[in-house]
Design a protein around this ligand. Structure first.
Ligand code: AVI
Length: 348
């Protein structure tokens, strides 16, 4: 919830918070939205989770990783030796940030609206403030309370900047309230989260992002194909943090669905599916077992899996082609010297 005691600068210039359909939880002060909020987002999420558990093979959307503990475990993953994407993307921005910002502004014009998809702590986008000098920063995230806190902190540091938070699960559809983007935008999607979408869904999201940016640009962090051993180690680290992150999804489903998953009965599996060019994470039943939840149940045989995440890996050529299919042009990318990660800029 928003704090009740705001400092004077916050009262004068508080971030605007908008709720959209599909938002997880909402803690906003200005309900000036043009879209009906989901009447019971938890019930819709529970129905979605139950449908995945009943499917053959079973699956769970990776969004169910990110309860409070899951978000912390993901933060821990980004610090692991084996998990190279965050560190490599940061290094690309450290080396080429000024050139990336110049190239972005050449496509958007000065002072674009900066739209940050999956903003989280807003840390990555805020590093662009000095060079991109956006006239408005729009943080979009399903984790409304988390992003609210981040925006309040940012507003204290940047009292002049127009900040807007939008609670939305854009994995279903990216559409912001009218007026939030009122000119050329730079739509920023870092962290290789685009890889968590199947190629068709990634194309749909990039098309929606391009429409949103209209006359501006997209800036997207993309994980690139590399040897299997490096990929599998990144998703199955020696300390077991990624295993805990995967298993924590079961605790989240227990709360959301009233289910009785025992995480000890399941093992973490991470494998590179070369044909589909993706790392897959699964939870595998260690023995025959029965899982019950409110309004449903399912038996799993030993070795049966729940597919929890796919993390698609691209080449510079295949991702550039995807951007072109989405209607983008003037595509440019920067990568680290090992060619492990790419930051792609494209005119929208
Ligand atoms: C958020 N996303 C880009 C991460 C990835 O690499 O696909 C999530 C993750 N899953 C396991 N480790 C990290």
């Amino acid at each position: 919830m928003l704090p009740t005691t705001l400092t004077p600068p916050m009262q004068m210039n508080a971030p605007r918070l908008l709720q959209l359909h599909n938002a997880g939880t909402y803690a906003g002060n200005n309900a000036d939205t043009d879209t009906d909020p989901d009447p019971d987002p938890d019930a819709a999420l529970a129905a979605e989770a139950a449908a995945g558990l009943l499917a053959k093979p079973a699956f769970a959307s990776p969004k169910f990783f990110y309860d409070t503990l899951g978000s912390r475990l993901f933060e821990a993953i980004t610090a692991l030796e084996e998990y190279y994407p965050t560190r490599t993307e940061n290094a690309i921005f450290a080396s080429h940030g000024a050139a990336i910002a110049r190239a972005a502004l050449a496509r958007t014009g000065a002072a674009p609206v900066l739209v940050d998809l999956g903003a989280g702590s807003c840390a990555k986008a805020s590093r662009l403030f000095g060079t991109v000098r956006p006239r408005r920063y729009v943080a979009v995230d399903i984790a409304v309370e988390f992003v609210t806190q981040a925006l309040q902190h940012l507003q204290r540091e940047n009292p002049e900047l127009d900040l807007v938070g939008v609670g939305q699960d854009f994995s279903a559809r990216l559409q912001l309230p009218a007026g939030v983007v009122d000119g050329p935008a730079l739509v920023f999607y870092p962290g290789s989260s685009i890889g968590n979408f199947a190629p068709d869904d990634a194309l749909r999201l990039l098309r929606e992002a391009r429409e949103l940016a209209a006359g501006g640009a997209l800036l997207v962090g993309v994980d690139l194909i590399k040897p299997r051993a490096l990929l599998e180690a990144a998703y199955d680290d020696a300390l077991g943090v990624t295993a805990a992150f995967n298993l924590n999804l079961l605790r989240h489903l227990n709360r959301l669905l009233g289910a009785d998953f025992a995480p000890r009965d399941w093992r973490h599996v991470a494998l590179f599916n070369a044909e589909a060019s993706r790392v897959e994470m699964h939870l595998e039943a260690k023995s025959d077992l029965q899982v019950r939840w409110t309004g449903g149940e399912r038996s799993f045989s030993a070795g049966e899996r729940i597919h929890t995440e796919s993390s698609h890996k691209w080449t510079p050529a295949s991702f550039s082609a995807l951007l072109r299919d989405a209607g983008c042009h003037d595509i440019q990318h920067w990568q680290d010297e090992r060619g492990w990660f790419g930051v792609f800029l494209a005119a929208a």
